[in-house]
Design a binder for this molecule. Structure first.
Ligand code: NAD
Length: 494
C-alpha cells in the first residue's frame, strides 16, 4: 500500500492513499478531494482516500486501452499461470489481507478469512479455466450445407471498468478482475472509497504476480468518479456491483456507446421454513442469512417465512439464538457479528427501522452489544414480526442487521410472498421433502436457491439475479464469457 503523505490532524497514524494507480505508478494530487477511512470497529480515523479527477480517469482508461493489444495476445496458458500465482500470493498474504479487512470493515476474523479464501479460490478457478484448452478454442457449428464450415469463437471484449461496493471489497474485486484478466481484457478498477485499502493491497499482489503495468489500473473516489469512468468512450464493458439506484445510472451511461454491462445489484430475499423443517437447522440458516456481515449482504435473506405449525417453536429458538450472537470488535472465534461499515450506514439502517416501526411494524426481539463495542459502528440484530406487506422493512433492502418474520399456511402462499418483490437474487428453503424442494426451486424467482444449506458460494456456480437484482452473471464459465464477445465465422469448405 502506498502511504506517502499523512494528514495533519492525526499525523502519526493516518495514511493517504493515492487518487489513482496508472500503469503501476501511484498518482497523488495536491489538494485532492478526500474521503476519511475509519476503523469500523473502533470508529477511529485511520486514513484518507484521495479522489481521482477527470485527468487521472482519462489517463487510467488510456493506459488500459494501450495495454490491450499485448495482453489479449498472451496465451490463455500464460494468463492462467499469472492468475494461479495471484491465488497463491493471496493465500500466502492471508494474515495481512484479513487484518486489513478487519481493520477497515470490522469483520470478525472468520468472516475476514472467508473473504481471503473466496478471493484466492476465484483466481485459482479462472486460472484452471485458462489451462483448459476447450475454454478458448473455436467451436465448430453443424450446418445444413456441407460446402461451408461454421465456427463460434470468443474474443476479449476490450477495456473493462470494474466498480465495486464496500461490503465484500476483496471478494467482489476478485470476482471481476479474475475473469476479466482470464478473458484477455485490461481493466480500470474503481473500489469503494470507504474500503479501498483492501484493493490497494490486492493490486500490489496482482502486480507482483506478473500482470504487466497498464493491464490493471485503479481510480479512486465516490459515485462521481464511477460515473465519469462509465461515460469514458474507450470503456467497452462495465461490470458494476452496488445499489439498484446506482445500477440504473450505470446502465443509462452505458447506453450511449452500447457498452456491455453486468450489473449485480440489490436484493430482498426470502428464507422459507416449511412445517417439516429441522428447526435447529432453520434457525442456524436464518441467523447466517440475515446477520452474516452484519446484514450488509445483497443476498441477505431478511424476509423469513415460517409455516404456522412451527412458527412458535421457530420463534422461541430464533430468539435464543439472536440473543446469543456476540456482537463485538474482531478478536477470537467467539465474535459472530461485526459493526456496520460506517456511522452513516448505521444511521441509514436505524432510520429505516424507525420508519418501519412508525408505520406499525413491531420489534419481536433484539440482540445485544458486547461491552467492547465502544465507539465502533455497531448495531444489535433486530427481528420484526409480521410486518405489513407494504411496510418498508418488508419491501425495501435494509442492508443491515434487521430481519422480518412472517407466517404462512401453504406452499403457494409462501411462494407468492417470497416472489412479491421486484428483486430476485437468492432464496433459501428449509424442508425435509425433496418434491417440495423441487417445486420451490422451479417457482421461486431467484438467481440461486439454496436447499437446506448455508449461503454456499463457489466460483464454479454463477452469481446474479433477476429483475431489479441486476443483469448478467458473475463467476462460472458465464462469468468469463461476460468479458468476451461471441463471434462467428463461415468459411468455404473446399
Ligand atoms: P452504491 O451503489 O452506492 O456504490 C457502489 C459502487 O458504485 C461504489 O464504488 C460507488 O462509488 C459507485 N457508484 C455510485 N454511483 C455511481 C454511478 N452513478 N456510476 C458509477 N459508479 C457509481 O452501493 P453501496 O452502498 O456501496 O453498496 C451497497 C449496495 O450494493 C447494496 O444495494 C447491495 O445490495 C449491493 N450489492 C450487490 C451485490 C450483488 O452481487 N448483487 C453484492 C454486493 C453489494
Amino acid at each position: 500500500m502506498t502511504t506517502t503523505t499523512t494528514h495533519q490532524a492525526t499525523a502519526a497514524t493516518t495514511f493517504t492513499l493515492p487518487a489513482a494507480t496508472i500503469s503501476g505508478t501511484p498518482h497523488q494530487i495536491a489538494n485532492a478531494e478526500k474521503t476519511p477511512i475509519h476503523n469500523a470497529a473502533t470508529g477511529a480515523l485511520i486514513g484518507w482516500q484521495e479522489h481521482a479527477t477527470a485527468t487521472e480517469i482519462d489517463a487510467a482508461v488510456k493506459a488500459a486501452h494501450a495495454s490491450l493489444p499485448a495482453w489479449r495476445a498472451t496465451s490463455p496458458t500464460t494468463r492462467g499461470k499469472i492468475l494461479k500465482k495471484i491465488a497463491e500470493l493471496i493465500e500466502s498474504d492471508r494474515d495481512r489481507l484479513a487484518a486489513m479487512q478487519m481493520q477497515v470493515s470490522g469483520k470478525p476474523p472468520f468472516e475476514a478469512n472467508l473473504d481471503v479464501s473466496d478471493a484466492a479460490a476465484t483466481f485459482s478457478y479462472y486460472a484452471d479455466l485458462c489451462a483448459t484448452a476447450s475454454t478458448f478454442a473455436a467451436e465448430p457449428i453443424e450446418l445444413p450445407d456441407n460446402t461451408v464450415t461454421g465456427e463460434r469463437h470468443y474474443e476479449p471484449v476490450g477495456v473493462a471498468a470494474l466498480i465495486v461496493p464496500w461490503n465484500f471489497p476483496m471478494v467482489t474485486t476478485a470476482w471481476k478482475t479474475a475473469p476479466a484478466l482470464a478473458a484477455g481484457c485490461t481493466v480500470v478498477l474503481k473500489p469503494s472509497e470507504f474500503t479501498s485499502p483492501v484493493e490497494h493491497m490486492l493490486a500490489a499482489i496482482i502486480a507482483e504476480a506478473g500482470v504487466p503495468d497498464g493491464v490493471v489500473n485503479i481510480v479512486n473516489g465516490g459515485g462521481a468518479v464511477g460515473a465519469q469512468l462509465t461515460a469514458h468512450p474507450l470503456i467497452d464493458k462495465i461490470s458494476f456491483t452496488g445499489s439498484t439506484a446506482s445500477g440504473k445510472k450505470v446502465m443509462q451511461a452505458a447506453a450511449e456507446d452500447m457498452k456491455r454491462v453486468t450489473l449485480e445489484l440489490g436484493g430482498k430475499s426470502a428464507l422459507i421454513v416449511r412445517a417439516d423443517a429441522d428447526i435447529e437447522r432453520a434457525v442456524s440458516l436464518a441467523i447466517g442469512g440475515a446477520f452474516a456481515n452484519a446484514g450488509q449482504m445483497c443476498s441477505a435473506t431478511a424476509r423469513i417465512l415460517v409455516h404456522d405449525d412451527v412458527y412458535r417453536k421457530f420463534m422461541a429458538a430464533f430468539e435464543s439464538a439472536v440473543r446469543a450472537i456476540v456482537v463485538a470488535p474482531p478478536r477470537g472465534d467467539d465474535v459472530a457479528m461485526g459493526p456496520l461499515v460506517s456511522a452513516a450506514q448505521r444511521e441509514r439502517v436505524q432510520s429505516l427501522l424507525a420508519q418501519g416501526v412508525d408505520a406499525g411494524a413491531s420489534v419481536a426481539f433484539s440482540g445485544q452489544l458486547d461491552a467492547a463495542c465502544g465507539d465502533g459502528f455497531f448495531m444489535a440484530p433486530v427481528v420484526v414480526a409480521e410486518p405489513a406487506a407494504d411496510n418498508v422493512l418488508w419491501s425495501d433492502e435494509v442492508f443491515g442487521p434487521v430481519a422480518c418474520v412472517k407466517s404462512f399456511r401453504t406452499d403457494d402462499e409462501a411462494i407468492a410472498l417470497a416472489n412479491d418483490t421486484r428483486y430476485g437474487l437468492v432464496a433459501t428453503v428449509v424442508t425435509a421433502d425433496q418434491d417440495a424442494a423441487r417445486r420451490y426451486k422451479a417457482q421461486l424467482r431467484a438467481g440461486l436457491v439454496w436447499i437446506n444449506t448455508p449461503q454456499l458460494i463457489f466460483p464454479q456456480v454463477c452469481w446474479g439475479g433477476l429483475g431489479l437484482s441486476g443483469i448478467g452473471r458473475e463467476l462460472g464459465l458465464a462469468g468469463l464469457r461476460s468479458y468476451q464477445e461471441l463471434r462467428h465465422s463461415i468459411a468455404d469448405a473446399s
